[in-house]
Design a protein around this ligand. Structure first.
Ligand code: ASP
Ligand code: ASP
Length: 497
C-alpha cells in the first residue's frame, strides 16, 4: 500500500488506499467527533490553514479536527500573506517549514499548486505534508472523502446506485473529484443536468458505462442521490456573456418542493454548500426535509478531516517520488549490422530515407504529429537542419528522418509520451538498432504550455515546468498533470508561439 503523505487529488490515490484505508479511518473518528473531546495536546505537530479563497466549512472543520487531535494550528489568508507581495510558492513553503509547520492545508485560487508544493517538499527533503483543501476549478479531495462517508452512512453502500449532478458542472471541483472516486466503484450510473455552457466536459465522464447528460431536470427522477452544485459565479467575469447567461437561467436548476415530490422514494439530496441565497439551488423551505442532508454531510467533514490529518502525520518522514519518467523502459526491438538493415529497408515501400548511415528515423508517429515534434526538437534539442518529415504514409503514420544527429534518452521518452507507438531507428557506427519506449503512464515533461491561465505552471514560479499525461482515448488526450485540464497536441505544442 502506498504511504499517504500528501493529499493532492483523488486520482492520485489507489482504490485500495481510498476505500480500505481512508474511508474506514474516517468512520472510526465519528465517536470522538460526537464526544467533542480533544485528545492530549501534541505540540510537536503544527498545521497551517492557508486559504486564499473563501471558505466556512472546509476551514472550520479542519480547525475543529486539529483541535480534537490536540495539535497546534496557524491560520493564514491572502489578506495577511506575502503571496500578496508576489512571493513565490517555494519561498512561502520554506517559511512555513522554518516555523515548524508540518501539515499544510491549503485552498488556492490557482490550480495545481498542491502538486508543485508536494514536489518541492520531496525535492528539499522536508518532513511536511500538503493537503489540497480545494484548488480553483480543479479538485477538492477532502470534500469527496466526506461525501463518500456521507453516502456510506446514508445508503449503507458505495456501489450500485444512480447519482445525479445538477448545476455548474464545468467549474465544480467537488463534482470532478467525486466522479474520480465513483469511477473506482461498481455499477454506478451517472446523470448530469446542466445547461450547455457549463456542462460536464466529456473526459470527466470516461470510465462510466452508464452516463447521461442533458438539461432537463426530469432526468433526475430515478436517482438514489442528487448532488446539487452551486453556480460558481465568482469564477465568471462580471457582465461577461457567461455571467448574463447564468442570471437568466440560474433558477431553472433548483431543487424545490415540487420536484422533490416527483423524485424517487428515499432519494437523498446532497450539496457541498454554500447555497447561494439568491439562486437557492436547494430551496430553503425544504432544508429541514429528512431527504435533504447538506448539514449532516458538512458535519462529516470533521471526522473525515481528522482521519486524513492523522494518516498523513504518520507518513511525514516517508519519501514520495514524483519522477514518473524514471519508470520508462527503453526496449531494444532489433539490432544488426547497418548493411543488413539497409538492404532489408530498401526492399520496403518507405525508402525515402535510405541510405541513411548516420542518424535516426523516428517511425510510427501519430498522423499529424510529425510537424509538431519536429518543431519541438528544433526548439529543445537545437537540431536546426536535417530533419525531414514524411507525412501520412500508409499505414497512416508520420515519420521523421534526422540526419547526422541523435536524440537524448529524455527526448525519446518525451516523444514516446506524445506518440506512444513511436519507434526509434538508430544508424550509427555501422550498426543498426531499433528501440521502443514503454512507459506505465505516458508522461510528457519539460515541454509544451498549459492553456489554462490559472494553472500554477503559468504563475511565473521559478523553475516550474509543464507536464502532461497522454490519456490517449479522447479528442483532448493531453491532461495537464498540475491543473487537470485536457488539451489537444497542437494546443500544448502550437507551431507558432
Ligand atoms: N516581509 C518583510 C516586511 O514585512 C519584507 C517585505 O515585505 O518586503 O517588511
Ligand atoms: N464549498 C465547495 C467548494 O469549495 C462548493 C462550492 O463552493 O460551491 O468547492
Amino acid at each position: 500500500m502506498n504511504a499517504i503523505k500528501h493529499l493532492i487529488s483523488i486520482k492520485r490515490l489507489t482504490t485500495e488506499t481510498l476505500f480500505n484505508e481512508i474511508i474506514p479511518a474516517c468512520i472510526n473518528m465519528v465517536p470522538q467527533t460526537i464526544s467533542a473531546k480533544a485528545t492530549t495536546p501534541n505540540h510537536s505537530l503544527k498545521a497551517v490553514l492557508y486559504f486564499d479563497e473563501d471558505s466556512t466549512r472546509t476551514r472550520m472543520s479542519f480547525a475543529e479536527a486539529i483541535r480534537l487531535l490536540g495539535w497546534d494550528m496557524a491560520q493564514e489568508t491572502l489578506a495577511c500573506n506575502s503571496r500578496n507581495k508576489k512571493e513565490s510558492w517555494l519561498d512561502t513553503l520554506m517559511m512555513w517549514y522554518n516555523y515548524n509547520a508540518k501539515i499544510i492545508c491549503a485552498r488556492t485560487h490557482q490550480e495545481g499548486v498542491h502538486l508543485w508544493l508536494a514536489e518541492m517538499v520531496e525535492k528539499y527533503n522536508l518532513n511536511m505534508s500538503i493537503i489540497n483543501a480545494g484548488d480553483g476549478r480543479n479538485q477538492h479531495p477532502t470534500q469527496t472523502i466526506l461525501d463518500l462517508v456521507t453516502i456510506q452512512n446514508k445508503l449503507g453502500r458505495l456501489d450500485d446506485f444512480k447519482i445525479g449532478f445538477v448545476g455548474d458542472l464545468l467549474k465544480s471541483r467537488t463534482t470532478h473529484s467525486l466522479l474520480d472516486a465513483l469511477r473506482m466503484r461498481n455499477n454506478i450510473s451517472i446523470v448530469c443536468v446542466a445547461p450547455d455552457n457549463v456542462c460536464l466536459p466529456a473526459y470527466h465522464a470516461e470510465g462510466f458505462s452508464n452516463f447521461t447528460q442533458g438539461s432537463d431536470m426530469e432526468l433526475l427522477h430515478d436517482c438514489d442521490i442528487i448532488n446539487s452544485v452551486r453556480w460558481q459565479a465568482e469564477r465568471l467575469e462580471p457582465n461577461s456573456h457567461e455571467f448574463l447567461a447564468f442570471l437568466r437561467i440560474k433558477q431553472k436548476y433548483q431543487i424545490n418542493k415540487n420536484l422533490l415530490e416527483r423524485l424517487k422514494k428515499g432519494v437523498i439530496i446532497m450539496h457541498a454548500l454554500p447555497i447561494d441565497q439568491e439562486v437557492e439551488e436547494i430551496c430553503h423551505d425544504i432544508m429541514d426535509d429528512p431527504r435533504v442532508i447538506p448539514y449532516q454531510q458538512a458535519w462529516f467533514g470533521v471526522p473525515s478531516r481528522m482521519a486524513i490529518l492523522q494518516i498523513v502525520s504518520q507518513n511525514l518522514t516517508q519519501h514520495i517520488s514524483f519522477n514518473h519518467t524514471r519508470n520508462a523502459v527503453i526496449r531494444e526491438l532489433k539490432k544488426s549490422s547497418l548493411s543488413e538493415a539497409l538492404s532489408a529497408t530498401s526492399r520496403k515501400q518507405h525508402d525515402h530515407f535510405v541510405p541513411l548511415e548516420h542518424g535516426m528515423v523516428i517511425d510510427h508517429l501519430e498522423p499529424g504529429s510529425g510537424i509538431i515534434i519536429r518543431m519541438m526538437l528544433k526548439r529543445m534539442e537545437g537540431i536546426k537542419d536535417g530533419i525531414m518529415i514524411v507525412e501520412n504514409t500508409k499505414p497512416h503514420k508520420d515519420m521523421l528522418v534526422i540526419k547526422e544527429n541523435f536524440l537524448t534518452n529524455d527526448s525519446m521518452i518525451r516523444i514516446a509520451g506524445l506518440s506512444p507507438n513511436a519507434t526509434f531507428n538508430i544508424m550509427r557506427n555501422e550498426f543498426f538498432r531499433k528501440i521502443k519506449i514503454d512507459q506505465p503512464q505516458q508522461i510528457i515533461s519539460g515541454t509544451g504550455k498549459c492553456l489554462n491561465k490559472n494553472c500554477v505552471t503559468r504563475s511565473g514560479e521559478p523553475s516550474i515546468s509543464p507536464r502532461f499525461i497522454n490519456r490517449g482515448k479522447n479528442s483532448h488526450p493531453f491532461e495537464c498533470d498540475y491543473c487537470g485540464q485536457h488539451f489537444t497536441l497542437s494546443e500544448i505544442l502550437p507551431l507558432s508561439t
